[in-house]
Every structure is written in C-alpha cells, then in structure tokens.
Design a protein around this ligand. Sequence first.
Ligand SMILES: C[S@@+](CC[C@H](N)C(=O)[O-])C[C@H]1O[C@@H](n2cnc3c(N)ncnc32)[C@H](O)[C@@H]1O
Length: 270
Amino acid sequence: MKIRRFHALQESYIMKKNKKQLSYEGLAWTELIISSPSDYADYVDGLAAIIKKHSPTETQTLLHLGCGAGVYDYTLKNHFQVAGVDLSKSMLKIAGKLNPDVAYTRGDMRKIRLKKTFDAVIIPDAIGYMTSVKDLRKAIRTACRHLKNGGVLLIVTHLNEEFKENNFVYTGEKGNVRVTIFENNYITGKNEYEATIVYLIRKKGKFKVYTDVHKIGLFSSSLWNNLLTERGFSVQRLPAADIYDRFMLAEGEYPQVMLVCKKSKHESQR
Ligand SMILES: C[S@@+](CC[C@H](N)C(=O)[O-])C[C@H]1O[C@@H](n2cnc3c(N)ncnc32)[C@H](O)[C@@H]1O
C-alpha cells in the first residue's frame, strides 16, 4: 500500500518537473468522470446569450482559448462554429472525441497565431494560468489578434480584491472507476493563489492517491481594465454564475466575474 502510494506521488513530482500539470495530462481522463456537458449546458447557453447580446452583428464563429476537455464546447457548438486551443495534448484528445466537429489546435494562449479571425473569443476558467502581468498581456493580445473588429471577447476570471480561500470536493464514477477530488485554494502571494488538488482514485477496487499543484494569478479590476483598454477594448463587468458553489465544502465563496470586452469597430491589428 505504502509503495503504491509513494509511486503515485512520485508520478506527480515527475509531471511537475516536466512542467506539465498532472490534472491536464496523466489525469485528464478524470474530467469526464466528475462532470458532463449537460451539467454546464445552462451556464454555457447563458455565455452564448451574453456574447450574442453584445455583438453588433450576427456571431457565427467563436474561438475558445484554454478549451480543456471540450465540456463547454459541446454546448457552444449549438450556437457557433467553434474552434478550440489548449496547451494539453490529453485534454485535446478528449475534446476531439467529444466534439469531432470542432477544430482543435494545440497551442499556448500567450503565443498561438491561427492566421484566422473570429466573431467572438472566450476564455472561461483558464486565464488564471497567466501568473504574471507580462503573460496576461500576451494572452489578451492573442485574443485581440484573433477577434474581428467589433467582436466580443468574454473572459471569466477572479478579481484579486474579491478572491477568498476555499475548499472543494468533486466526485464521480463510471464502470469500476471511482474518483474523488479535493481542491484547496490558498493565497500564497499578493498576486497569486495555489490550488492544491488531491485525487483519490479507485480502479477495480485498487486505490491510488495523486497530488497536483496549480499556480493561479490574481489581478485587480483596475489592472484588468488597463490591460484591456490599452488593447482597444471597452469593458463591461458582469457577475458570473456560481456554477462551482455546489462543490464547495463548508462555508465559502468563489466569486468570479465576467468581463465582456468589445473590440473597436475600427481597431487595427496591433
Ligand atoms: C480548468 S480548464 C478549463 C477548460 C474550459 N475552458 C472549461 O471551462 O471547461 C483550464 C485549461 O486551460 C489550459 N491551459 C493552461 N494554460 C494554458 C495556456 N498557456 N494556453 C492554452 N491553454 C492553457 C489547461 O491545459 C486546461 O485544459
């Protein structure tokens, strides 16, 4: 028992050394055990409605940066012709199976250039992986480069001044696999928190424990405003639905906001 446990923890260490997140590589398969597209369908329909409402023309094409396992894309494609970008090969493999009709590309939201523009771009629940102002600026630049003039960029994020520490638990099972995931969010610095994730996985009755640590950037609303306006966006802030609150342990809060950013109709590509 001890040896197997050590082996699993060691695996987590090796993944980190290679700068890959265990959650999004070796354990990406757990995504569709703990959630399914239907769990998020109403929320994603709401995101689509906001994009359509704020777009000056009909929104046909949409780029999802940090698309993960394609859980949101499953619903987004009812509204738009969707393209997705993610850093993780394993997440994209799952996304491709779930959404064979979506164009997925592996890439980094700080650097990727698809040589194509879209009516809308979204970054829900992934921009936190930008842990420095430099990286955040690069990701916003990528979004802007891929957006048609007059188009809408929708970002779902935390704001530094509102973020609270908290704990979550997610569970799911499929066949003879059971997964329990604990997540502890702990503020480690002025502009960063750490999500420590512990996976309890039982496959055919055999038990393993894995750990992963994610560093997440926290930026103030004024910094967000500055970075978005310097790229020519006009920004409207809306409250984001509390979609994760049902997984929260004990008392807690996980406030997120939606930044609806409109690109100028006459903005040149910068
Ligand atoms: C929590 S998942 C969110 C997935 C999806 N947006 C959703 O809401 O279901 C975060 C995703 O961001 C991706 N990611 C992290 N850093 C990235 C980067 N620099 N460029 C592209 N994707 C990135 C991870 O691989 C992961 O799949």
